[in-house]
Design a protein. Structure first.
Length: 350
């Protein structure tokens, strides 16, 4: 297995069979070796810096009915909310004072926020905070919508592909959602000029090592600037309430593999990691990640943006989240930096 890790580090590429064998045959020793190599690569490009993103979860309304998601349309127990433009701007003001230079506007696919409304919000944030980047994470939209938001000033777009395999995708989503359309959205975003982020769930129901191998091959083909992965965690008000959660161990292993395959990529250590293990986010950084995303949303709505059960940090003020994250990163020898934190993974292909 270590030989496959070495090959990946040297060539940034493996075949589907090699990916499957490495993921299926991993051991604790292989993982330790992988993390050592991944840290070395991460330090080569990003030193010991950790970039922070200010996450603003501005709506938990969603037209979709994904089987794993707590804000799915059919969840009648969800307490719905929407933030106004003024509330979003207040979050940005708080975040800017705390040193955030990237704001991530994330929400369900909520038709209340038209293209024009979102573009106006983006333009206003950009005009007030000219040294900041804006990341959007608002799901599948048309090419024209993506272009309008890009022209308004959005720099980055996060859209997890969740799983590449169309059959597996169909087991996680209702039939009106397809893997092919999700992947086309990502290609549209790249063509328009966004710094693009994608990613997948680890340990989702019916996932196989071959599914994960396909995910890695897709990442290699897409060559995104950011990759966000996290363990599947069930939500009690979804069809997957009784499904087994993904593991910290496999999620960390996949983080290390992604770092070796895409050495310059931005790789978050997610809140979901911290949910399944108290030191999960620290261990994510030690596996090769270099981004954390503290929450800037108003504390009175955070508990309502519940994609999965037992989400952490729903009661902390923004300053507490920022301070806690800084202490956590310092404790393992890393430094939270005040910067936009753009990816070094610039796509130069035609």
């Amino acid at each position: 297995m270590n030989n496959l890790v070495n090959k990946l580090e040297q060539t940034q590429s493996l075949s589907k069979e090699e990916w499957s064998a490495l993921i299926r045959g991993r051991t604790t020793g292989t993982a330790d070796y992988l993390f050592e190599r991944a840290r070395k690569v991460r330090h080569r490009y990003y030193q010991h810096d950790v970039y922070i993103r200010g996450l603003i979860e501005f709506t938990n309304y969603c037209k979709n009915d994904c089987y794993y998601c707590g804000i799915r349309r059919s969840n009648r127990n969800a307490h719905r909310y929407r933030l106004s433009k003024e509330q979003i701007l207040d979050c940005c003001e708080t975040g800017y004072r705390l040193g955030f230079r990237t704001f991530v506007l994330q929400g369900g696919e909520d038709g209340h926020y038209t293209d024009e409304m979102l573009a106006d919000i983006v333009k206003t944030i950009k005009s007030r905070y000219t040294d900041c980047a804006i990341t959007l994470s608002v799901g599948e939209r048309s090419y024209e919508s993506y272009r309008l938001l890009f022209e308004a000033g959005a720099d980055r777009y996060l859209l997890r592909h969740e799983t590449y395999d169309p059959q597996h995708y169909s087991k996680l989503h209702p039939q009106e959602l397809t893997a092919a359309h999700r992947q086309q959205c990502l290609r549209d975003l790249k063509e328009i000029g966004y710094q693009v982020g994608t990613g997948f769930m680890v340990g989702s129901p019916w996932q196989t090592p071959e599914n994960l191998a396909d995910d890695m091959l897709f990442l290699k083909e897409l060559n995104p600037q950011m990759v966000g992965i996290g363990p599947f965690i069930p939500h009690h008000d979804t069809p997957f309430a009784d499904q087994k959660a993904g593991t910290l161990e496999l999620t960390l292993f996949m983080l290390g593999l992604i770092r070796l395959m895409l050495p310059k990529v931005l790789l978050p250590s997610t809140t979901a990691l911290g949910t399944i293990a108290p030191d999960g986010r620290e261990r994510g950084i030690l596996a090769g990640a270099n981004v954390v995303m503290p929450n800037l949303s108003p504390t009175d709505v955070r508990k309502d943006y519940l994609l999965y059960d037992n989400k952490i940090c729903t009661g902390d003020e923004a300053a507490e989240c920022r301070g806690c994250m800084e202490r956590r990163m310092n404790s393992i020898g890393y430094n939270v930096v005040v910067a936009r934190g753009d990816s070094l993974n610039v796509d130069t292909r035609p």
